[in-house]
Design a protein around this ligand. Sequence first.
Ligand SMILES: C[S@@+](CC[C@H](N)C(=O)[O-])C[C@H]1O[C@@H](n2cnc3c(N)ncnc32)[C@H](O)[C@@H]1O
Length: 255
Amino acid sequence: MLRATPNIFPQNRARDETGAQTPTQLFAEPGHRCSIRTMESVILARGDADGFDIALRRRGTDVYELIVNGAFAMDSVDHASEDALADLLPDGSTLVGGLGLGFTANRLLARGNRVDVVELSRDLIDWARSGLIPWLDLDAARLTVHHGDITATLAAPPAALGRSTWDGIALDVDNGPTFLIHDRNAKLYTASGIEAAWLRLNPGGRLAVWCEADSPKLEATLASLPAVDVGTQRVSVARQGREFAYPIYWVDKPS
Ligand SMILES: C[S@@+](CC[C@H](N)C(=O)[O-])C[C@H]1O[C@@H](n2cnc3c(N)ncnc32)[C@H](O)[C@@H]1O
């Protein structure tokens, strides 16, 4: 899946009516050495219920994109890294920070896990519930999607969640600590934010954090926890002739 990597199309950018920078394709045309044409896309829904702008867009017939505050957040082309994030969690009860296009949640559900998702955007939840994201069923058994901020949830889980600790916690909000769409998310990746997540893990549980680029600071914060094991999985995604290796950091709590 393409993520909001700042320089993914350094020479080829265009803005659409959401104000987002969109991927473009280069076409050689008669009479022109080269011209840039934006891939055709339609806005399926757009809202600002939570005080920030969010849009769900479809590119061509089957590529879905999420645009947040004018930044291209993710698309559905290759969700290997979102799946890998799910695969890193143990079976059992799981908490996912950030619904996005729902790939991590779906993958966990497919393994028979109980999945709680905390999502910042009420609009996105409503669109998913109304069927705008074809592969996502918010009424699926074992899935509960809560509207809220994962940082606050980890600090003090609301009673509506029905539990306050999980066997696995996956954090995939914005694009990791190195590319924040919401400034407020910086707190999630601080020592106190990570400590809050650690305290929400059951014994033997695992915390995994998706990142768009290496973050030595986050790595050091995770390494400072009293973990039995800590590691990084890099997931390669090829796009537009370029290769991206997204790091997913994980840390295991003693049993
Ligand atoms: C990149 S997407 C997640 C991708 C997801 N793993 C998937 O499989 O599609 C990031 C999501 O996190 C949400 N988000 C951002 N900040 C958040 C926060 N503080 N708490 C909860 N969700 C948040 C965004 O609205 C967006 O839906």
